[in-house]
Design a protein around this ligand. Structure first.
Ligand code: GLU
Length: 418
């Protein structure tokens, strides 16, 4: 699997793992077994476009480990999708699920398309073909998908329908993040963003930051928009928001309701007249108490880590901070990092609730869901901070080592077959 290392995200995930394995004194015999993905599936997807032309897309699914239960993770539609990146994201899902004590291994899927370039009908055909090619490899007890960048509830509804047709009856537990009307969970859509806000707010309390702390959010998709709304509810002031088209900045605070209406009409924040236009690169560097990268990976690098002016870095995205940037943040010591596998785990935690509800055909109230979610997030944050203090290590190493250790424990006690 060395070829995967050509992808920078995969290389980063492996280097991160190696460093943590060193810290854990992990026996050599366990390292490759724990690090390498179990299954890499790549499929060709011939799809008829609206023009009548047939185009063949490439779809991937990586299942990282199957030690503790089915694999779990999103399906991404983004032009940058590559097998190596999907493998990195699958690995991060493993540590994320283990850290939150979910009975899952990690997985991720992807198709290298820009979904905005396709009609709804074309997206439906791409999704259904992808699902049908994956049928031998997925199942409620094998691998359960969910939305990720560029996919949403509708994507999951098409997947569930395609799978259910093959099986002969409705199988809601094949995906999470579905519409509530077909077995989705209340709160799943908001869960990742609200989880980010819950944790950032709790850390702001720990650091005794002012109630109207300034917040900057990079990304205004499903994670960024609910994180911003959540922070505003806690009384914070949202001073900057960016998305693929650029950013908007107003040190006095943005009117989120107006911005949401504007984005619904214009499909992006740029051009909104409630603040000044700003590039995404500059947005990250503006003074604020809480910075929330909630878009792509590797956006905090050795080029900008030294210039960040936040007190809390709440990682809504997966893998937003490179190893070099991490070293700089460690040296600086003045930024409280809430690492991605903790910070954005609200999504997969409520996905787990959705899967459990589907398997039991017994559904919970929204209050019950958020009570349970916040209890798990609060407890996990405390555990990570305790571990970091105990060993005098950074929060990311603490979170990763806790997650990785649970996977290692499972592998060790199950033993090696044959
Ligand atoms: N795509 C989300 C993530 O990266 C959610 C995965 C899931 O709910 O299974 O955590």
């Amino acid at each position: 699997m060395k070829h995967l290392l050509a992808n920078p995200a995969y290389k980063m995930a492996c280097d991160q793992f190696d460093a943590v394995a060193d810290f854990m004194n992990m026996p050599v015999a366990l390292r490759e077994r724990t690090k390498l993905p179990k299954r890499l599936v790549t499929v060709s997807l011939p799809v008829r476009l609206d023009s009548g032309e047939v185009k063949v897309f490439e779809g991937h699914r990586v299942q990282h480990h199957l030690t503790l239960g089915p694999t779990k993770g999103g399906l991404r539609y983004h032009p940058g999708v590559e097998l190596g990146e999907v493998a990195a994201l699958a690995m991060w899902m493993s540590w994320k699920c283990a850290l939150a004590d979910l009975p899952y291994g990690g997985a991720k899927g992807g198709v290298a398309i820009d979904p905005r370039q396709f009609s709804v009908g074309e997206l439906e055909r791409i999704t259904r073909r992808y699902t049908s090619e994956m049928i031998p490899f997925i199942g409620p007890q094998t691998d359960v998908m969910a939305p990720d960048m560029g996919t949403n509830e509708q994507t999951m509804a098409w997947m569930m329908d395609t799978y259910s047709h093959q099986i002969g009856h409705a199988v809601p537990s094949i995906v999470t993040g579905k519409p509530v009307s077909i077995g989705g969970s209340l709160g799943r859509k908001e869960a990742t963003g609200r989880g980010v806000a819950f944790l950032a707010n709790r850390v702001a309390d720990i650091l005794k930051l002012p109630e109207d702390s300034r917040v900057i959010v990079q990304g205004f998709g499903n994670v960024g928009s609910y994180a911003a709304a959540g922070m505003a509810k806690y009384g914070a002031r949202i001073v900057g928001i960016g998305d693929v088209g650029g950013g908007i900045y107003n040190p006095k605070g943005l009117d989120l309701l107006k911005l949401e209406e504007y984005v619904a009409r214009n499909h992006g924040v740029s051009g909104f007249d409630g603040g000044d236009a700003i590039s995404n690169a500059d947005l990250l560097l503006q003074p604020c108490e809480i910075l929330i990268p909630a878009a792509l990976d590797r956006v905090i690098t050795d080029k900008n880590a030294g210039k960040l002016q936040c007190r809390i870095l709440a990682e809504g995205a997966n893998g937003p901070t490179t190893l070099e940037a991490d070293a700089i943040l460690r040296q600086r010591g003045d930024i409280f990092v809430i690492p991605d596998i903790l910070c954005n785990s609200g999504g997969v935690i409520v996905s787990y609730f959705e899967w459990v509800q589907d398997l039991q055909s017994f559904f919970w109230s929204e209050t019950e869901i958020f009570d349970k979610l916040y209890r798990i997030l609060g407890h996990t944050l405390d555990t990570v901070l305790k571990e970091a203090r105990k060993h005098n290590i950074d929060h990311r190493t603490a979170a990763l080592s806790l997650g990785i250790q649970k996977v290692v424990n499972g592998k060790t006690i199950r033993g090696l077959f044959p």
